[in-house]
Design a protein around this ligand. Structure first.
Ligand code: MG
Length: 314
């Protein structure tokens, strides 16, 4: 048992489900009381219900979905490697079935690479990362080219349809999250990944840092600097809690960082962690997707954006 002020006094990491190949993209759905997540190589979406305690297949042949979040209306916004798109799925009611609608899939007439993870800001703008794992790894999508020639973080504003590069200096942007007041944007760089190493012979940088930017005028990310290196392994999905702490995936488990970069917690998980989310009835359960399995542990905090979208109002 790991003791920490960030974890409930009697907290124990519990494995609640297994059967994925590479699990990613978890989000808590309050109306279904379930965690929905992607099994990327399985090309399917899984759901763990807190009501039944069962893991079920929510949808199959889903276009290799990856990261997801909730928008301000409580609908799912998710990334699709196969469609090279960010899409909205309104299937958040108890009986609903997957019905994704594409929001954005190109930049200036060029296809996106393979959107990986996504957050929605309080103004409704959708910020997402676009590394190229879904076009590099045949088991995670469809092989293809980097049409705009790089890997960026974009901001998509549905109100005017604009798609704007927000971060262009992170080599392989992966997980992302805002600070509670949205004055900071955190972006995880997973370019230490073997997939990046094999694909690039051009001497491009490789790293495993979480980067932090000042968010200016709600739409620009400026003054980028390194928050912390995540080791062992690399950071994939990240979340920020109400106190502004950054919860990161890593090879060995979950690592939590203060906004200063100081590491506050190193929580071991038996499998390589891909992503995580807060959920449960009161929002304080941390759900961790780790390779084949879904784990959870009780914490003393909740997601910074939970109140924003009524994610825990039932
Ligand atoms: Mg990811």
């Amino acid at each position: 048992m790991t003791s920490s002020p960030l974890l409930a006094a009697d907290a124990v990491l519990e494995k609640v489900a297994a059967g994925a190949t590479w699990a990613e993209g978890p989000v808590w759905l309050p109306r279904r009381r379930a965690v929905r997540f992607s099994d990327i190589p399985g090309n399917r979406i899984l759901e763990y219900s807190e009501v039944s305690g069962e893991l079920t297949v929510f949808a199959e042949g889903v276009g290799f979905t990856n990261g997801r979040t909730l928008d301000l209306d409580g609908n799912v916004v998710e990334c699709s490697h196969g469609r090279r798109a960010v899409q909205r799925d309104t299937a958040v009611g108890p009986e609903d079935e997957h019905r994704p609608a594409t929001l954005v899939d190109s930049f200036g007439g060029l296809r996106l690479n393979s959107p990986n993870d996504v957050v929605v800001a309080s103004d409704g703008a959708i910020w997402f990362t676009d590394p190229s794992y879904g076009i590099k790894r045949a088991e995670e999508g469809h092989p293809g080219e980097e049409e705009y020639g790089d890997r960026w973080v974009f901001r998509f504003d549905e109100r005017d349809g604009s798609l704007t590069p927000a971060v262009i200096d992170v080599e392989s942007p992966n997980g992302l999250a805002f600070s509670p007041d949205e004055s900071l944007l955190y972006v995880a760089d997973s370019s230490l990944s073997p997939a990046d190493q094999q694909a690039d012979t051009s001497g491009r940088p490789r790293g495993r840092a979480i980067h932090v930017y000042d968010v200016v005028e709600g739409r620009h990310a400026k003054n980028g600097r390194t928050l912390a290196d995540v080791s062992p392994g690399l950071p994939d999905g990240i979340r920020v809690d109400v106190e502004g702490r950054i919860w990161s995936s890593s090879l060995s488990g979950v690592q939590v960082f203060a906004p200063t970069g100081e590491r506050l917690l190193d929580l071991p998980v038996p499998e390589k962690v891909g992503n995580l989310c807060f959920g449960g009835e009161d929002g304080t359960t941390l759900y961790v997707v780790a390779t084949t399995s879904l784990y959870r542990i009780r914490t003393t905090t909740r997601d910074a954006s939970a109140g924003l979208r009524g994610a825990h109002s039932g």
